[in-house]
Design a protein around this ligand. Structure first.
Ligand code: NDP
Length: 255
């Protein structure tokens, strides 16, 4: 056993969507725990800013352009990370989008887009990272679900379906790859201030306030609120934890 179960020095973490919001909150937490960071996203400008900031704080970090819904792009992301760091110890499947509409008005194109990024993307990234983790006999996969992994949401049919799927994807990866020393778990964030949810605050104040009224901690979360649980799931502290989905929600699911 290491002295500090939560230490990530010498480990490399690849975080999809690590250039903003929750992914960035997790990247910052990992960096403070000593990990090397690969930040992957579509928007290179955002990614470069984050990488410069991490490197300025003495973290080894690289940026990678990726579309997680594209298999070739995902495979290139893994190759580039391995070329830079030689190994991938931690994969965070965080990249995600939402397109709002009611079920009967939802079109197939939007459905496919959301499912392809949120669910298929997590599958493709996990599949692509597996050979390196298997060869070394260890690895941590952290998938980002949602409150809609548990609850239904009227204007989020594709999003909720993708996030429900994340829980089952996680369980299946866990039981399939435990023999290879790989643990797979999910974090289910509550309601967190990011670009994804900014529209609720800006355009649906009543909905924003209603959500707030249901959060026992009496505040919406911030991206940094996810980092502690992510560090736990990325570190040796969680070596006997696999297949679970942990809400980090200020008590929302208990109310
Ligand atoms: P943001 O919109 O701030 O971040 C989304 C991230 O995903 C961006 O970094 C974006 O990078 C990346 N991304 C989107 N599509 C792709 C793609 N095709 N390929 C690669 N990267 C992509 O939102 P959040 O931080 O809020 O969301 C992060 C995750 O957390 C998502 O999975 C979301 O569903 C989940 N979540 C968020 C909650 C919240 O309240 N905010 C609650 C529960 C879950 P780029 O801009 O470069 O494409």
């Amino acid at each position: 056993m290491p002295d500090n179960l939560f230490d990530l020095h010498g480990k490399t973490a690849l975080i999809t969507g690590g250039n903003g919001g929750i992914g960035l909150g997790i990247a910052n937490g990992f960096a403070e725990s000593g990990a090397n960071i690969a930040v992957a996203g579509r928007n290179n400008t955002k990614t470069e800013e984050v990488v410069a900031d991490l490197c300025g704080r003495n973290t080894s970090a690289i940026g990678i352009e990726v579309d997680v819904a594209n298999q070739e792009s995902v495979e290139n992301m893994i190759t580039n990370t391995l070329e830079a760091f030689g190994q991938i110890d931690i994969l965070v499947n965080n990249a995600g989008i939402g397109i709002r509409n009611l079920p009967h008005e939802y079109n197939l194109e939007d459905w496919n887009k959301v499912i392809n990024i949120n669910l298929t993307g997590a599958f493709l990234c996990s599949k692509a990272v597996y050979p390196n983790m298997k060869t070394r006999g260890s690895g941590k996969i952290i998938n980002i679900g949602s409150m809609t992994s548990i609850f239904g949401l009227d204007w989020a049919i594709a999003y909720a379906s993708s996030k429900g799927g994340i829980v089952q994807l996680t369980k299946t990866l866990a039981v399939s790859w435990a023999k290879d020393g790989i643990q797979a778990n999910s974090i289910l964030p509550g309601w967190i201030h990011t670009d994804l949810t900014q529209g609720i605050k800006d355009n649906y104040q009543d909905r924003y306030d209603h959500i707030l009224s249901r959060i026992p901690e009496n505040r919406w979360g911030e991206p940094a609120d996810l980092s502690g649980t992510a560090i736990f799931l990325a570190s040796d502290a969680s070596n006997y934890v696999t297949g679970v989905s942990i809400p980090v929600d200020g008590g929302y699911t208990s109310f």
